[in-house]
Design a protein. Structure first.
Length: 266
């Protein structure tokens, strides 16, 4: 490509694929309002890098809206920090009255008094919005409460929407609503925040990271307080956790080995 171009997701969610095929592994997702840069193109497939977490992969051009550089820069500079609430919030495109049903935590660019826009296209949104809480204690409470509202949501590799998500998709989605930018994968998120030495010193809202037999971090959950963790494993669930790891009651064994605890809400 002679010049980089830009885009924004204008549907509820769009898969980011490993390669140029709808049968390819889904690496992550774009949610409504997510920005990206385009690095390459093949037929109707765009190789993109997300603006929020710099994740790369391929998306179908039919599932996004292309932006000129000034539009992209304006969106990237938007600091309104407003997100969709609930599980089937409706946003209506004003040009043709098309309705999109959004999950929790989709970004609403330039939101003001029930109006927002993607590029130069305006939308109407009548449901209350979510915004970052003003202090650390409120953020902790909100993250845990929203995680609990997602209990029994299906696990999906690469998923980061409130309809189905993986372990790091769960944490990234919830902390983003509270104004905290986490990277995409568990191993990347483990590089963020301050180390908490002991599980007894952990606070609700801290992140717990778990490794495999090769000492690679492969899983993340949210400490719920009182020796419990909320995490996505099969479904979003709550399990006991201690210095050894997550104890799976139905199997009477530890399912995940605790590697490190990080505090990202200060």
């Amino acid at each position: 490509m002679s010049a980089r171009k830009y885009g924004i997701c204008n549907i509820a969610q769009a898969p980011i694929r490993e390669t140029i095929s709808h049968a390819s592994e889904m690496r992550s997702e774009l949610l409504f309002g997510d920005l990206f840069e385009i690095h390459d193109k093949y037929q109707n497939w765009l190789k993109i890098e997300t603006a929020f977490d710099h994740y790369e992969g391929w998306v179908d051009e039919k599932q996004v809206l292309l932006l000129e550089e000034p539009e992209f820069e304006a969106h990237n500079a938007d600091k309104s920090q407003c997100f969709s609430s609930g599980f089937l919030s409706e946003v209506q495109r004003d040009t043709d009255l098309a309705v999109f049903r959004l999950g929790m935590g989709c970004r609403l660019p330039f939101y003001k008094e029930g109006k927002l826009r993607l590029g130069n296209i305006s939308y109407s949104y009548k449901t209350p919005v979510l915004q970052p809480e003003p202090d650390a204690e409120s953020k902790r409470k909100a993250v845990v409460e929203r995680a609990s509202s997602l209990l029994n949501t299906s696990y999906l590799w690469g998923g980061k929407s409130s309809s189905a998500l993986d372990c790091s998709g769960l944490t990234q989605l919830l902390y983003r609503i509270s104004g905290i930018a986490l990277l995409r994968d568990a191993s990347q998120q483990a590089t963020q925040g301050q180390v908490v030495n002991l599980i007894e010193e952990a606070k609700a809202g801290d992140l717990l990271f778990f490794d495999n037999e090769n000492e690679e971090i492969v899983h993340v959950g949210i400490y719920n307080g009182n020796g419990l963790v909320i995490h996505s494993s099969g479904v979003v669930r709550i399990d006991p956790v201690d210095h050894e790891g997550i104890f799976k009651r139905e199997a009477s064994r530890y399912s995940h080995h605790l590697r490190v605890i990080k505090r990202v809400i200060e």
